[in-house]
Design a protein around this ligand. Structure first.
Ligand SMILES: C[S@@+](CC[C@H](N)C(=O)[O-])C[C@H]1O[C@@H](n2cnc3c(N)ncnc32)[C@H](O)[C@@H]1O
Length: 399
């Protein structure tokens, strides 16, 4: 992503924070900073314990500041343990310490206490960070190259399984529930694609009765729900996921569909015959027929970043086969990492994807390479409107 102009003038908070970080590292002595940075790996662990004890909720729901003793009697944890954990989190501004063993919520604490973010802290802490701790050993044994096989990545090594991370999550209901809740809340306060993508380009030219938008791997359907809210009754909305039975209640405007995206895409153009077959065998079939179109758009939000290139090519083959050239659009709603100077959120999410499912966040050059190999033509790349937000890669079948 190209950052233009002065971030202070443009109000780009993430860019300002990044510049302040750069400035502080110049001011600190290198040999002070490097030992400190090694200690930060405990922050996700402390966050997870604090979430397990519901401490953030207690702090947020308490009208005024709250003591460690009060938190101990509410949570059942030891006051000394609570003080030590909260002190660590206050040191990185996740909450305020307003006195000796006295704590107060900030907007960050409120966000962390919300259901979606707490679910994310649990699932990342338990599954992904656990796998990450085994990465050095895995890489030493495997010869220091990025994992690409989802049956043989860090998670599989750490947990001694050959299931992909998704199959594994799916087999543990509480983890799957947390994951679905987390996925509904990954954008935070950032803008959605519906706030900046020219939706009329999707709606204009869409053929009534064919599906308008298929959300592939759409989780609990939050993106289609938002679409329907902003653009009601514009066409069929189809939600596909292989964990469709775990999503709970769904808006009746959306069609749920079980689908494994490593198999043939069922929402596709088909020939429909509207006259009987010829009575003469082997005669050229000249029956009256029409061709349905497949969907106007297939939308993949945070899907391909979970997979290495060769798995992306398998996924893309199935959607390409279902798409009507010149009509169907492919949307990849993903982070587009700048080629240089990536912000921590992009860089850290990339490593998270490596740990999670041998996946990868990609730069524009890398997205174009995968799509071109898969037989697509990139129509346009939309960088996310803010640092840390998702962009869009729009493509069509190469004719
Ligand atoms: C990272 S989540 C993204 C969810 C949603 N699109 C979003 O952006 O919030 C990936 C989704 O892909 C689904 N998934 C994983 N493997 C799948 C497969 N083989 N076929 C279909 N869905 C799959 C998961 O169940 C999950 O809902």
């Amino acid at each position: 992503m190209k950052m233009t102009g002065n971030p202070v003038e443009s109000g780009n908070i993430a860019a300002i924070i990044k510049q302040l970080g750069g400035l502080s590292s110049k001011l600190e002595l290198a040999n002070d900073q490097s030992p400190e940075s090694k200690l930060y790996s405990f922050i996700p662990i402390a966050s997870r314990i604090v979430v397990d004890l519901n401490l953030l909720e207690y702090i947020v729901n308490h009208d005024k500041a709250i003591t460690s003793e009060e938190l101990a009697s509410l949570s059942g944890g030891e006051a000394l343990l609570i003080t030590r954990l909260l002190r660590a989190l206050a040191s990185v501004n996740f909450l305020n310490q307003v006195g000796e063993e006295v704590w107060q919520a900030t907007p960050v604490t409120k966000a962390m206490a919300s259901e979606g973010i707490s679910a994310g802290i649990r699932v990342i802490g338990e599954m992904v960070a656990g796998a990450a701790s085994k990465a050095p050993k895995y890489l030493k044994e495997a010869g220091y190259s990025c994992p690409t096989d989802p049956h043989d990545g860090f998670m599989q090594y750490a947990l001694q399984t050959k299931l992909t991370s998704y199959q594994l999550f799916n087999s543990i209901p509480r983890v799957q529930k947390d994951f679905n809740n987390f996925m509904g809340n990954t954008l935070g306060a950032r803008k959605m694609w519906l706030d900046w993508y020219p939706i009329e380009e999707l709606l204009n030219g869409a053929v009534p009765d064919s599906a308008l938008l298929v959300d592939v791997g759409g989780g609990k359907g939050h993106d289609l729900v938002a679409f329907h809210k902003k653009y009601p009754n514009k066409g069929r909305l189809v939600l596909q996921d292989f964990a469709i039975d775990t999503i709970g209640d769904l808006d009746p405007a959306i069609e749920p569909m079980y689908y494994d995206f490593f198999a043939e895409q069922p929402v596709k153009g088909v020939l429909i015959f509207i006259s009987p077959p010829s009575p003469i065998p082997h005669l050229f079939d000249a029956r009256l027929c029409f061709n349905t179109l497949g969907a106007r758009a297939y939308y993949y939000h945070h899907i391909l970043h979970d997979w290495s290139d060769y798995k992306c090519l398998e996924i893309l083959k199935h959607v390409r086969d279902a798409m009507k050239p010149g009509y169907s659009k492919l949307f990849l709603h993903e982070m587009i990492i700048p080629e240089t100077g990536a912000s921590p959120i992009y860089a850290m999410l990339d490593i998270t994807m490596m740990c999670f499912n041998a996946g990868m966040e990609r730069t524009e050059r890398q997205w174009r390479a995968v799509l071109e190999t898969a037989g697509f033509e990139v129509v346009k790349v939309w960088p996310g409107p803010e640092v840390g937000s998702d962009g869009m890669v729009e493509a069509m079948v190469k004719e």
